[in-house]
Write a protein that binds this ligand. Sequence first.
Ligand code: TXA
Ligand code: MG
Length: 324
Amino acid sequence: MTGGVTQRLAGPEGVAEAARLLLEGALVAFGTETVYGLGADATNGAAVARIFAAKGRPHFNPLICHYPDAGAAFADVVATDSARVLADLFWPGPLTMVLPRRVTCRVALLAGAGLDTLAVRVPGDPAARALLQAVGRPVAAPSANRSGQVSPTSAAHVLDGLDGRIAAVLDSGPCPVGVESTVLDLSAGGPFLLRHGGVTQEALVAAIGPVGHGITPGQAEQTRTLRSPGLLVSHYAPRLPVRLDAREAAPDEAALVFGAWPEGGGARFQLSAGSDLTEAASLLFEGLRHLDRDGMRAIAVGPVPDQGLGRAINDRLQRAAAPR
Ligand code: TXA
Ligand code: MG
């Protein structure tokens, strides 16, 4: 997508065009009541991989999936009683809930960074909801800025960072809230507040009772999750040890293959026969899960070039290989 022309869309026709582009697998930024999101069809792993490429993110953070209403959201995750209460009170609005994925969840594993949980939200902005309705699929969207830059609250901010790197921006005017949504983990042993945001802690406590700070808000949580994925009970890490930069795999090793390497192995999963990093990113978590099976001693991973999305792939693989 780099080097292309970014269309500026608005109004009902803009919504229809934005939906068409998303269903084609293209990236479209759109306004919500909090900040502009960089959207992709969450069911399309390759489209989700393009989000990380466009943002220049060195690692795969779990992304929030956006839905037009609670019914659509709860088709992909298991809603608890508290989740239903909060959905009635605060959706559409700036609250994100982390809940267990359903077995039937349509969302690509990459969108949730391989976790067994998924962050879901129903945004308050009418244009955003019209877009989500028209797409008819969950839309994964982090804030629409380059990695390390501030979150955009207007279409012009989005273009400052991403012009030429995304297919379009749907301009619905400035974002009224201006800070990201509150992230609440309701998945296990919670509720835990993971990020302060548009819905206050006081409002949450009034609705469902005590809310813990399982993890300190914002960046601290992000850093902790990224540095030690095993710290989050729900975080998927393979049970088998992971061996990196393997050119050959033993018969009792499962091979995670990129292009030609490793050769051999008692089981094999090809990330991308043509050595395409976007394709490899979209299949990474599927591959790790597929190979993490009984009867194997380790997962042997072929070398992945440390450039572009390859850096994010290697970051995740290094964490999977870290001693536990
Ligand atoms: O207001 C918002 O939430 C904006 C707009 C576009 O909706 N989106 C946004 O997305 O801020 P992002 O990717 O920048 O932030 C997602 C946050 C991160 O802190 C991430 O760690 C957390 O949600 N998150 C996502 N999925 C999670 C999961 N399964 N478990 C724990 N935390 C999760
Ligand atoms: Mg962000």
